[in-house]
Design a protein around this ligand. Structure first.
Ligand SMILES: [Mn+2]
Length: 316
C-alpha cells in the first residue's frame, strides 16, 4: 500500500484539470500553501486554478501570485480538487466545485477525511506537508515557493511561538531560508502592514478588555458601532486576539465581534492549558487546541454568558 504522498503524486500526475481551494476567510497558511502547491504543479508542467471564495485579504496581497487567485467558482468540471487547510469540505465555502476526485491536505485534528486521498497530519502548518510533497516530487524550491511556504509557517506558528512549533518546523524553515525566503522581509510583510484604522480598532478592543476568574480569562468585544467609528474592516481585526492573550495571568483570550445584530463571531486563544477547540466545537465551530472560532446568535449579554460559562467549565 503506497503512502498518501505517493498516492497524491500519482493522482496529480494523472489529472489534467486541477483546482486548488483555500478555506473561507483565508489565512496565511491556506494562501501560502495553495500558492506553493500551484507553483510546484507549474514546474511539473501542470496548470492549476487557485480558488478562494473570499478572495485574498489586502494583508496577503504581497504573496507571490496572489493576484492569480480567483474568487468565482469556475463552471467547468475538474479532474481534481485539492483542498488545503480545510478540516471539512464545507470550509471551502458554500459554492460547489465540480471535481471527479478530491485530495484533502490538512493539519486540523477535527478533519473529517472527506477526500479520496486524505493527507492529514498534526504538524505546524499545511506548509510543512507541502514541503514533504516537494521532496517527493523532487522539485527545486525557488524563492517564490520558499517565501509562500515560509509565510504559511510563521502565520500558523505565530512566528515560531505557538506550541505547534516543532523541531521539524525549524528544519523546514531553515531549508526555505536557504532557498531564498527572507525572515525579516516576511515578518515585516505579515506583522507591520497594518492600516491606521487597525490601530484605532485595536485601541477600542484593549480599552474595553475585561477579565474573569482572577484574570485567567481575558476577553473583549468589538461592536458594529466601534467598527463604524473607526472605519475599520474585518481584516483590521487580525492579531487583536493575540494582544488580549498577552496578559500575564491569561490562560484563555476571547474576542467577540458583532457581525450583525444578534450574531457574534468569536475567536479563542489559549496558552495551552485549556483546550479551546472543545469550546468552539460545542458552539458549532472548530479549530485547534490553542486557536479556534465559532459564531453564536443572541444578544451580547446572552452570548457572553453562554460562552464564558463553557470556557469556565473547561478549567475544571
Ligand atoms: Mn493552517
Amino acid at each position: 500500500m503506497p503512502n498518501e504522498i505517493d498516492q497524491i503524486k500519482d493522482l496529480i500526475l494523472a489529472s489534467k484539470k486541477i483546482i486548488i481551494a483555500s478555506h473561507v476567510d483565508p489565512d496565511g497558511d491556506s494562501l501560502g500553501s495553495m500558492i506553493a502547491l500551484c507553483l510546484i504543479l507549474k514546474k511539473l508542467g501542470l496548470d492549476a486554478v487557485m480558488y478562494s471564495i473570499d478572495g485574498v485579504p489586502n494583508s496577503y496581497k504581497f504573496l507571490p501570485y496572489a493576484s492569480e487567485i480567483v474568487s468565482e467558482v469556475p463552471r467547468e468540471e475538474f479532474d481534481l480538487l485539492i483542498t488545503v487547510d480545510s478540516s471539512d469540505i464545507s470550509r471551502i465555502g458554500k459554492k460547489k466545485i465540480k471535481a471527479k476526485k478530491i485530495i484533502n491536505i490538512d493539519h486540523h485534528p477535527d478533519n473529517t477525511n472527506f477526500g479520496d486521498i486524505n493527507y492529514v497530519k498534526m504538524i505546524s502548518s499545511v506548509a510543512e506537508q507541502i514541503y514533504h510533497l516537494i521532496e517527493n516530487f523532487k522539485v527545486v524550491i525557488d524563492r517564490e515557493i520558499a517565501t509562500a511556504l515560509y509565510i504559511s509557517i510563521i502565520t500558523d506558528t505565530g512566528n515560531f511561538r505557538y506550541s505547534n512549533t516543532l523541531p521539524s518546523t525549524f528544519e523546514i524553515a531553515k531549508e526555505l531560508v536557504l532557498a531564498g525566503a527572507s525572515p525579516s522581509d516576511s515578518a515585516v510583510a505579515v506583522y507591520e502592514n497594518k492600516r491606521m484604522e487597525a490601530l484605532k480598532i485595536l485601541a477600542y478592543a484593549l480599552m474595553n478588555a475585561e477579565s474573569v476568574k482572577q484574570g485567567k480569562v481575558v476577553y473583549s468585544v468589538i461592536t458594529h458601532q466601534m467598527m463604524m467609528d473607526t472605519k475599520a474592516r474585518g481584516e483590521d481585526l487580525v492579531g487583536i486576539i493575540d494582544h488580549i492573550r498577552s496578559v500575564k495571568t491569561a490562560e484563555v483570550a476571547i474576542l467577540f465581534r458583532e457581525e450583525e445584530r444578534d450574531r457574534f463571531k468569536i475567536n479563542f486563544r489559549s496558552k495551552g492549558k485549556v483546550n479551546v477547540s472543545n469550546i468552539a466545537r460545542a458552539l458549532g465551530g472548530g479549530g485547534h487546541v490553542q486557536a479556534s472560532g465559532c459564531q453564536v446568535e443572541g444578544d451580547l449579554e446572552e452570548v457572553k454568558n453562554k460562552v464564558l460559562d463553557l470556557v469556565l467549565r473547561e478549567f475544571k
